[in-house]
Ligand binder design. Structure first.
Ligand SMILES: [Zn+2]
Length: 261
């Protein structure tokens, strides 16, 4: 009898431990979060009801394991929702994904200096993911974060851009090639298309943001912004690249997402 009791106790303990381990702390969403998401996040608007629910759960999860710090600026509910949306959009095709390489986000009142991270209004640096002593850290300019989700932003979204660098970094390098996400057979087609498009940017024949010509990593991040901001136009203009992007991100964003007329 005692033995059975001990066994039951051990079994109970194991079940408790497994459940405990599985539990991820979920953040509480602010009041009115649905209206805020509907008003500001086109990707969310384009989802069906089940998709919207899943998106909200992913936001709670992400906000549960990252810390957002305002640097000389206040962090509002909308800031938190936009940061989380920037992170959830690129990984929406991977239900289990977590950004293990991210812990803190510093929200800046504007652009900053890449060298010492001081606020610098005339700089064009609006976001970055850290390395070295800045490991697991991201810096975002608050106006740039907001601008990315406005209808007038075109195909740019700084938040998505920086989170895509993290996705790229998951396999060790920020090299513009997410090895883990693309089958080997697509490696060559991907690298060829990227090289071709970078050439087009340099020759002024491309509709990609010119920053994408800097290197393959920036091209990948810039292409992802365009892919999620204006998927319909992206698909029309770059059908082959579009197909490979759907494989990398394991999703097809709603082609109706984009500027609201
Ligand atoms: Zn970048």
């Amino acid at each position: 009898m005692t033995r059975i009791l001990i066994l039951v106790f051990i079994a109970g303990f194991i079940v408790f431990f497994l459940r405990y381990k599985k539990t991820v702390k979920l953040a509480e969403l602010p009041a009115g979060y649905r209206d805020l998401l509907l008003a500001h996040v086109a990707f969310y608007r384009g989802l069906d009801e089940a998709g919207k629910k899943r998106f909200e759960e992913k936001i709670k999860e992400l906000l549960g394991y990252i810390h957002i710090h305002g640097v000389k600026t206040e962090v509002t509910d909308l800031d938190r929702l936009l940061i989380a949306s920037s992170g959830v959009i690129p990984i929406f095709g991977f239900p289990e994904w977590k950004y293990y390489n991210l812990r803190d986000i510093l929200l800046y009142p504007g652009a900053f200096n890449e060298i010492d991270f001081n606020i610098k209004e005339d700089s064009d640096i609006l976001g970055m993911v850290g390395s070295g002593t800045m490991q697991r850290m991201m810096i975002l300019s608050k106006p740039a974060l907001h601008h990315g989700f406005e209808n007038t932003s075109g195909r740019e979204n700084t938040g998505i851009h920086e989170f895509v660098h993290l996705l790229d970094k998951e396999d060790g390098d920020v090299d513009g090639f997410p090895e883990a996400l693309l089958d080997k057979q697509y490696t060559l087609p991907w690298l060829n298309l990227v090289a071709e498009e970078i050439e087009s940017i340099k020759e002024g024949r491309s509709d990609f943001n010119g920053y994408g010509a800097k290197n393959k990593a920036e091209f990948f991040a810039v292409a992802a912004e365009y892919f999620f901001e204006q998927p319909g136009i992206f698909k029309e203009q770059h059908p082959e690249l579009y197909e490979l992007m759907t494989r990398i991100f394991n999703q097809r964003p709603n082609v109706n997402n984009g500027p609201v007329s």
